[in-house]
Design a protein around this ligand. Sequence first.
Ligand code: NAD
Length: 260
Amino acid sequence: MLKGKAALVTGSTSGIGLGIARALAAQGCNVTMNGFGDADEIEAARAAMAEENGVEVRYSGADMSKPDEIAAMMAEADAAFGGVDILVNNAGIQFVAPVEEFPVEKWDAIVAINMSSSFHTIRAAIPAMKAKGWGRIVNIASAHALVASPFKSAYVTAKHGVAGLTKTIALEVAEQGITVNAICPGYVWTPLVEKQIPDTMKARNMTEEEVKRDVMLLAQPTKQFVKIEEVAAFALFLCSDGAAQVTGAMHQIDGGWIAK
Ligand code: NAD
């Protein structure tokens, strides 16, 4: 169904983005990967994805905090694949601190990478989607697009911004065969979550086990981390023709967190 479509997944060298890129490639999509990391590891992941699925997989090292690099990445994807059919805005970082100690440069980076980068990719992707009368935009937001937690002022602000962007663009392109949705995961076990444990331990004066049990999984009634594969499966559904009328929506995958 998605065979031959061109997909671009920001932040797809790790975690959720890599899982979604792999799932799209397995459906026959040609993929543009993006993100940072060890060059050999990225090349190995790129080559394996291409070979295992018989698709073309390209890599862009564009920095999602830099609008000019985002524009260049989108232009390259356009030239290589004739436009981006499936855009997954996933790149994101986290920083945890009380607001009065929150470093200004961390605030700026989180707002740029977690929120503004989606504006820059979307505005570049829409013209080709409109021309084809088909497009899928999936923004990886967060449960923190819907509710807040203390010490995550920049992240919660940026993710709430992604919710607003999702709804607004969905309305703008609703008659053009383009859907725009946000996935709102709870805690997914990825490097991003693992890395925030030390700062949360410090901010809340807790041990690692206490952070997992009393902060992270406390929020999730299922008492389990969400799996990357579960987020990828839902992203695939949103890209399917069966989801043509699903747009402008925030989709929770959070073990029941927001139901509380
Ligand atoms: P991760 O750290 O495993 O992956 C983040 C990806 O973003 C990596 O590929 C990294 O290289 C890339 N990236 C970071 N800064 C970048 C930049 N400036 N330019 C380009 N790429 C950049 O994290 P993850 O947990 O897979 O998170 C992916 C997304 O899912 C993020 O937007 C995150 O906020 C969201 N999310 C994660 C969870 C969770 O519990 N893991 C929950 C809700 C939402």
